[in-house]
Design a protein around this ligand. Structure first.
Ligand SMILES: *Cc1c(COP(=O)(O)O)cnc(C)c1O
Length: 397
């Protein structure tokens, strides 16, 4: 492959663009993970992640991916034969369910059409019917990356409380944390799952759990086999600033930098506003093209990505291949039963207005090249929205 000038546009909904400052931080020489300096690094990362999860409880950092953090959530609080509730909301919800099944956990799947978030009313009814309190936990995906539909986690919490049910609440925040407001303590979540490569703007390679006191208590009695993902050993070593085994030292350098960017320099609430602005600009472009947004409920539109329905007779894989070949941009594929049917624009992580405009230009040109029926002017609509937003928000000095 020849030289490709400029930056590759990585507009999939994770992994996301890694800021140069994070790449530079990762390039520091690796240090001894049992040294005093390392404890400072650990503490900065753990304290920062608590603020990002909005929790005063514990956060755990594992070398691994989001899938590892899913497994960690399950094996620490459940026992073989336990029953859990999950929602058939998309590809990632299905994969997490499969991990639970692989451990002998019985998953009762609440049906869904993939175009709406998890239904709190269906959940409440299921929990009310469970008079013996056999259901140990509820698994929900905050932002279902395959469909670009979000779920109202506060409403899920309310449903569990309304049913007076003791089930633990587990939430996948892999593609929402650091992009869409997530409030671990306020929403009474027991175990949250996250990964490094999406809103946190890091390369892939770390998984996270945020855990409540109730989850820690449950972990003392749960009997699923676990070793690498043990919370007790991790918590014990973390107290002194260390890890039970070699952590991802260089990714932790990157995380310390990401925490600084998100919390201190841009500010989390500004980060969420920026994601909302870009998501709205993208939807305006899609509507102007005359294409269909896959998510049906505007209250559930995702700020981290937008899934767009391909018109009949066109395959999203062809569109993505043409855009990659001509404009060096990667877009998200249709996953699971959506393969061939939807493509996704990732607009999360380190992204500014012009990067988004460039992304939408690439899509509009790609639609033309592939001959997908559409109207021109999506990019113009997005520009108009971004311009309006620039007028009402004073630029940072
Ligand atoms: C990306 C993603 C995952 C999987 O994470 P990996 O790091 O690929 O293991 C899980 N859940 C959601 C919602 C995701 O977007």
């Amino acid at each position: 492959m020849g030289y490709r000038p400029g930056r590759h546009f990585l507009q999939i909904p994770g992994p996301t663009n890694v800021p140069d400052r994070i790449l530079h931080a990762i390039a520091y020489p690796t240090i001894d993970h049992r040294s005093a300096d390392f404890a400072d690094l650990t503490n900065a990362c753990l304290e920062g992640m608590k603020r990002i999860f909005k929790t005063t409880g514990h956060v755990l950092i594992f070398p691994g991916s989001g899938t590892g953090a899913w497994e960690s959530a399950l094996v620490n609080i459940l026992s073989a034969g336990d029953k859990v509730l999950a929602f058939d909301g998309g590809h990632f919800a299905g994969l997490w369910t499969r991990v639970a099944n692989n451990f002998g956990v019985t998953v009762d799947l609440i049906p869904g059409d993939w175009r709406h978030g998890a239904n709190p009313h269906a959940l409440e009814a299921k929990l009310r019917a469970d008079r013996g309190h056999e259901i140990r936990a509820v698994m929900v995906v905050h932002n279902e990356t395959s469909t670009c539909v979000t779920t109202d986690i506060a409403a899920i919490r309310k449903a569990i409380d309304a049913a007076g049910h003791p089930a633990l609440l587990m939430v996948d925040t892999v593609s929402s944390l650091g992009s869409i407001d997530y409030r671990h303590d306020e929403w009474g979540v027991d175990v949250a799952v996250a990964g490094s490569q999406k809103g946190l703007m890091l390369p892939p390679g770390m998984g996270f759990n945020a855990i409540s006191a109730k989850a820690i208590e449950a972990s003392r009695h749960a009997t699923l086999p676990r070793s690498y993902w043990r919370w007790d050993e991790m918590l014990d070593m973390n107290r002194k600033g260390f890890f039970p085994y070699t952590p991802s030292t260089n990714l932790l350098y990157g995380l310390r930098e990401a925490v600084k960017l998100l919390l201190e320099e841009e500010g989390l609430e500004n980060v969420f506003r920026r994601h909302k602005r870009h998501a709205e600009a993208t939807r305006r472009a899609v509507r102007a093209w005359g294409l269909e947004i896959f998510a049906l409920n505007p209250a559930e539109f995702s700020s981290s990505g937008t899934a767009i329905v391909m018109p009949d007779g066109f395959n999203e894989a062809d569109l993505r291949a043409v855009i990659l070949r001509h404009f060096d941009m990667s877009l998200g594929a249709g996953l699971g039963k959506l393969a061939g049917k939807v493509f996704r624009i990732g607009h999360l992580g380190s992204l500014n207005d012009l990067m988004l405009a460039g992304t939408l230009c690439g899509v509009e040109m790609g639609l033309e090249l592939v001959g997908v029926p559409h109207r021109k002017g999506g990019v113009t609509e997005a520009m108009a929205w971004l311009t309006e937003q620039a007028k009402v928000s004073a630029p940072q000095a």
